[in-house]
Structure formats: structure tokens, C-alpha cells
Design a protein around this ligand. Structure first.
Ligand code: AMP
Length: 189
């Protein structure tokens, strides 16, 4: 069970990833959570990442790669995982491919990876994010994060679509309905 949860900020990917990971007893790995913990702990990485996060920009790819490589090598990740918020750029997706290839010793196309995209219209996203109240959830940063998503992360939809690894799900529904749909779509992966 190897899942990537994509989708614009506010699509509900974090919530869904958390629920499904608990139900399947696999780790929920959120690069946003890991980065926020580094910021709180004032590690060197946290200090570098903070300015990007506060502005709604992506943290440079090279700062993410070690974090993800180390996390996926932990023993609890052997049976599967949900990656929430990674990859967010094509270079990150290419890096993940190589990493999985290395970890599995098989062809990257055989790792069973599925990329879930939760689709939600922009006006709903902005309303949801404004009500969430996280530090990077002010209107200016929200608009920047949506723009960054469209420019840098959306190309991953065709990246995984071309490889028949994409599962597109309508995220503009009640939370429990989306969860039930995902359970059904991803069961047996
Ligand atoms: P999230 O909690 O997934 O919304 O992430 C919060 C912020 O952390 C993002 O706006 C980025 O600044 C940063 N971030 C998280 N994951 C990544 C990633 N894969 N690549 C670059 N920046 C990231």
C-alpha cells in the first residue's frame, strides 16, 4: 500500500490521509507536518524552511529529499504508507521513483504506487482555508499557495495519469462520503 495524496491546499487530503492511514494501520507521512515540527524545534532545516512556508512558497526540493528518504526507510514504512503533500514538483516525483526503485529492488513501475488527486473548486478551497486558521492561512498566502499548486504541482496529475497510477476523486463532498469513496477505490492496492 503506497499512496500519494495530492490536491490543492484545503482539498482535505490531510484529513483523509490521516483517517485512511489509521484504518489501514500504515503511517501517514505529511511533509508539511514534518517541516512545521522542524520550525518549532528551530533546527537548521526548520530555519531555512520557515521563510518559504510563511510566504506560501514551496521549500526547495533538495531540503525535502533527505527527509522523505529517511522517513521511508523507517521500519514502520515497510508495509506501506500514505505520503501527504509529497511529491509537489516533477523533480520530487522523479526522486521518489528512484527512491522506491532502490528500496524495493524492483522496477519503479512495479512498486504499486497510486497517486490520489482530490479535486475541489477554488472558491470552496479559499473558504475552507480561511476557516482553518493556520499561520499560513491568511488570504494573501492562500492565493499564493493555490497559484503555486497550479503551476508546480498540477503537472503531476498528467505525470501519474500517463503511467496509469492516478486515482481522481471529487473532494467537494461531505468528508465521510469522500472517505468511503477512497476506501472503495483504493481497497486491494
Ligand atoms: P502542507 O501542510 O502540506 O500544506 O504544507 C505546508 C507548507 O510546507 C507548504 O506550503 C510548503 O511551504 C511546505 N511543503 C510541504 N511539503 C512540501 C513539498 N513536498 N515541497 C515543498 N514544500 C513543501
Amino acid at each position: 500500500m503506497q499512496f500519494i495524496f495530492m490536491g490543492p491546499p484545503g482539498a482535505g487530503k490531510g484529513t483523509q490521509a490521516q483517517i485512511l492511514a489509521a484504518s489501514w494501520k500504515i503511517p501517514h507521512i505529511s511533509t508539511g507536518d514534518i517541516l512545521r515540527a522542524c520550525v518549532v524545534a528551530q533546527t537548521a532545516l526548520g530555519q531555512k524552511a520557515q521563510a518559504y512556508m510563511d510566504k506560501g512558497e514551496l521549500v526547495p526540493d533538495e531540503l525535502l529529499m533527505d527527509i522523505v528518504a529517511e522517513r521511508l526507510k523507517e521500519p514502520d514504512a515497510a508495509a506501506g504508507w500514505i505520503l501527504d503533500g509529497f511529491p509537489r514538483t516533477v523533480p520530487q516525483a522523479t526522486f521518489l521513483d528512484k527512491l522506491l526503485h532502490e528500496l524495493s529492488g524492483k522496477g519503479a513501475a512495479n512498486t504499486g504506487l497510486k497517486a490520489v488527486n482530490l479535486d475541489v473548486p477554488d472558491d470552496i478551497l479559499v473558504a475552507r482555508l480561511l476557516s482553518r486558521g493556520r499561520k499560513d492561512d491568511n488570504e494573501e498566502t492562500i492565493r499564493r499557495r493555490l497559484q503555486v499548486y497550479r503551476e508546480q504541482t498540477e503537472p503531476l496529475i498528467s505525470f501519474y495519469g500517463d503511467r496509469h497510477q492516478l486515482v481522481a476523486v471529487d473532494g467537494d463532498r461531505a468528508m465521510a462520503e469522500v472517505t468511503a469513496h477512497l476506501q472503495q477505490e483504493l481497497a486491494g492496492s
